[in-house]
Design a protein around this ligand. Structure first.
Ligand SMILES: Nc1ncnc2c1ncn2[C@@H]1O[C@H](COP(=O)(O)OP(=O)(O)OP(=O)(O)O)[C@@H](O)[C@H]1O
Ligand SMILES: [Mg+2]
Length: 423
């Protein structure tokens, strides 16, 4: 069968790699893809901001299965359009993807359905903001309602600062467009865990939990990024916690979406904060995470195409996934200057020497027959092994062989797990 994947990041490279392993798959097409995928997939240009452009690719390619990677096409309704045309497509509808594309929707949904989350208020203007700010104690989290690629969240140390931040979001200061709604949130303290599940509209099937490292600097310092590295291992969630999250968060979310006539099919990514009051939902995403997907898929032993099709067909009930035991790590190699401004077009060398890890490309392209950097996050060097230490060592050995000007990566991915080991 022929599989088409929409997207161009490390997540999509990992998806293409996993799909390619399926004996059922004869061809993988990525639109638009990136420099690293060229070896395993055929690349076709498309504009992920444009539904007609994506529909044209599907029309021309006639794939047997379409996988939608990023949130933007989901929020534009690409799954609705393709499903209406009879194309088998993995991902939620536009309405179901609102769990990610509108934070105000997601917070109200959680409140209505008793899903544990931070206290919040949704404000649509300055008067409401004045009124509601008094109910919050600093630090106060201020979020834009819509998709903001990580730039729409501000953590403020005083009410004045929160006021300023919210007005800035209303005025369109931090994002491309003014926010119509701003969410104020209680600041939660704890450890973050990415809990990804597959859903078929009715049933949920958890993937292995992962822990991301969002800050640019070692020891979780400095600016927020798209994610600088992630790991998975047994014990990341305490015994019984996965069951708790499934019964109190994941399944109730899927049940309530179905009851509201917005059945959720696809990946439900639950961003959890493990607080003193128990796990609470920081956010939902409606797709695979990046870089979580890289570290999760290197441990998946089952055929990914089979399980994605089970989601589309509503056959997830009783489905079991096989995982390799042990741990996995993905370390992101980024361009100097990221998440601020950085140079692109720098030649990347040494990849052919890497044998101990899987290198998933995030921001690379082929230019005059040469592989060059084309983004802030450039490569996701990923390895699975019996222990977290061994997986990390493999990533570091591989990174020692790879070069581009100004290559930067964090050396402390997994530090929370290592510090727990010592106690
Ligand atoms: N209520 C909160 N308390 C403490 N920290 C928070 C809270 N809400 C968000 N954060 C921090 O801000 C980060 C981003 O928040 P959130 O996940 O809601 O934004 P996002 O833009 O949707 O992110 P992503 O790009 O991961 O989807 C979280 O990972 C967390 O570190
Ligand atoms: Mg999000």
């Amino acid at each position: 069968m022929k599989v088409l994947i929409f997207g161009s990041g490390g997540r999509e490279h990992a998806l293409a790699w996993a799909v390619k392993k399926s004996p059922r798959v004869t061809e993988v097409v990525c639109a638009p893809g990136n420099g690293g995928m060229a070896g395993i997939a055929r690349l076709v240009p498309t504009d992920l901001h444009s539904v007609p452009s994506m529909l044209a690719v599907v029309e021309a390619e006639k794939p047997d299965l379409v996988i939608v990677g990023p949130e933007l096409p989901l929020s534009l309704g690409i799954v609705d359009e393709l499903t209406a045309r009879g194309v088998r497509t993995f991902g939620p509808t536009r309405a179901a993807a609102m769990l990610e594309s509108s934070k105000a929707f997601a917070k109200r949904f959680m409140q209505l359905n008793n899903i544990p989350t931070a206290a919040f208020a949704v404000c649509t203007n300055e008067a409401e903001l004045h009124k509601m700010l008094h109910h919050f104690h600093p630090p106060i989290v201020v979020k834009a309602d819509g998709l903001a690629a990580g730039k729409g969240v501000l953590i403020c140390d005083s009410r004045e600062e929160a006021h300023e931040a919210a007005l800035g979001l209303f005025a369109g200061k931090y994002l491309d467009a003014p926010a119509e709604q701003v969410v104020l949130e209680e600041f939660l303290v704890g450890e973050e865990v990415s809990f990804l599940c597959l859903a078929d509209g009715k049933n949920v099937l958890p993937l292995i939990p992962a822990q991301d490292h969002k800050r640019i600097g070692e020891g979780d310092t400095g600016l927020n990024t798209g994610g600088m590295g992630v790991y998975t291992m047994k014990g990341l969630l305490e015994e019984g916690m996965t069951e708790w999250v499934l019964h109190h968060i994941a399944q109730p979310t899927i049940d309530a979406m179905a009851a509201d006539d917005m059945p959720f099919k696809g990946v439900l990514y639950i961003g959890l904060m493990i607080t003193a009051r128990g796990p609470m939902v920081l956010e939902y995403n409606a797709r695979f995470g990046d870089p979580e997907t890289q570290a999760i898929l290197v441990r998946l032993e089952s055929d990914i195409v089979d399980v994605l099709e089970a989601c589309i067909d509503g056959h997830l009930g009783g489905y079991q996934l096989e995982w390799s035991p042990g741990a996995s790590v993905c370390v992101i190699a980024s361009s100097a200057g990221y998440p601020g401004s950085y140079k692109s077009g720098l030649p990347i060398t040494g990849l052919e020497k890497v044998k101990e890890a899987q290198v998933f490309h995030s921001g690379t392209k082929m230019q005059d027959g040469e592989l060059v950097t084309s983004g802030g996050r450039v490569l996701g060097v990923t390895a699975a092994a019996a222990t977290l230490r061994e997986a990390l060592n493999r990533c570091h050995t591989a990174l020692g062989k790879i070069h581009f000007d100004g290559i930067y990566y964090r050396h402390d991915i997994g530090h929370r797990a290592f510090s727990k080991e010592k106690h």
